[in-house]
Design a protein around this ligand. Sequence first.
Ligand code: AMP
Length: 546
Amino acid sequence: MLGLMQDQPLLISTIIRHAARHHAAAEIVSKTVEGAIHRTTYAEIEPRARRLASALRQLGTGLGARVATLAWNGHRHVELYYAVSGMGAICHTINPRLSTDDITYIAQHADDTILFADTSFAPIVAAIAPALRARLRAVVFMTEPAHMPDIALPPGMDLLCYEDLIASAGDDFAWPALDERSAASLCYTSGTTGRPKGVLYSHRSTLLHTFASNLKDVFGLGAADRFLPVVPMFHVNAWGTPYSAPMAGASLIMPGRHLDGASLADMMNTERVTCSAGVPTVWLGLLQHLRASGKRLESVERLIIGGSACPPMLMRAFGDEYGIRVDHAWGMTEMSPIGTYNRPKSSNADLPPEPAFRLREKQGRAMYGVDMRIVNDDSTELPWDGTTSGHLQVKGPNVCAAYLGDTPGSALDAEGWFATGDVATIDAEGYMEITDRSKDVVKSGGEWISTVQLENIAVGHPDVAEAAVIAARHPKWDERPLLIVVPRPGITIDLVSLRAFFDGKIAKWWQPDAIIVVDELPHTATGKIQKMALRDRFRDHLMPPG
Ligand code: AMP
């Protein structure tokens, strides 16, 4: 027997309709690329998103078409999230920090047909457009006519202005009733191998993730919150917050590209921000600014830290010196992204200060909708005793089953578990703590660097016989790439030439921080380089003494 409740699909358009009707005056405040502050409300955003959807339809965008963005956090990017997904197309947010080669690959792989870009990314657009001419029909700069960049696009590719598009569109567009399992947005992650892989979220997975992330022991945003996502909208949809804030009626304060400590502190104080989220590197910059300037954050109650392990120092400094609670969260692009969030249980209430603090350092408890377990190399489940480490696996309706273009279910094992590539313990109360990583990558300031790509380039150098890149700990960026090379017999490696060999082949910030020359690398019985052994030996190579 079926239930007798109203049968409405879980659609992204319902979030913005709800916000516009029930939180009409909640604000979206954006620092634009030009530097000015722009203010709007959910009541104004929703009809503009419908006009944009109507314009996209006029441009030939159909169900399932991929519409790409290269943009910072701002009101137009929010409009795009709702316009594109709401009309049944797929909002593909591209990370502008990747190399132009990777961006081109991603846009081709996703089959993007229209690209929306902030004007500050005009040089990237100019660099990638020729290679995308076969499929990309138009580039729309997210600005007014007066600020349109002067760039040449290949013949057949239109150059359009965002505000012109909105002005020219009718406002009679109605959000369609889509199948809630339809694809809604697409993010690429460079997680484990050389080339980035696409994670394709559905309306249903997005709505379930949004409900769950708004539980009290997760983001728990409310209508009185003014939330500032430092995490970019091109990183797993800013951890889903452009959905969770309007669902809760919280205002969104959008910093654009101004992510340094001074700009963030100013915006937080002038816009009375209550809560913010981002990676550790950003909070380190903010802390340094506060300490140097003597300023305080006047309205911020809570900072959410994830993307990399939160240094305990940050938790203590913000808590003790500024009275701001720091919450630790863990997730992955493949999980929409929230997996765990750290809030105490009633059973933890009587813990003395130090054990209570030690508990808060962990990555946290599973959010509703996420199941997790740790297993050994034979996939046997390991105990939740807080000391046994194992491969962390996850399951749930917000977890990726296959990457774009791969066969259905191919990202899962026979029992439907997704391997995170993280190594963790889980304690008796379900608090997970990451202890290591089995995937071979570097995460620098919240951004991935592919060790495979760096190694492939290094071994292409005539002086190099063998190369390995490992993640070395770094005081500012959390991790940085360290290149370890073995010279060809009888050759002394020319380090200057080896460094220069990377130029133009990778994004500048992927350059290894240091190169170490060794006589040989450790190998497994099957001939693979033993990265773990190298990490044990050189992990602290970039850390200051002591
Ligand atoms: P991404 O898909 O870029 O969000 O990266 C996900 C990966 O980042 C995870 O699998 C972890 O390796 C790492 N990560 C994310 N959050 C944390 C955290 N709080 N502590 C440690 N590692 C984290």
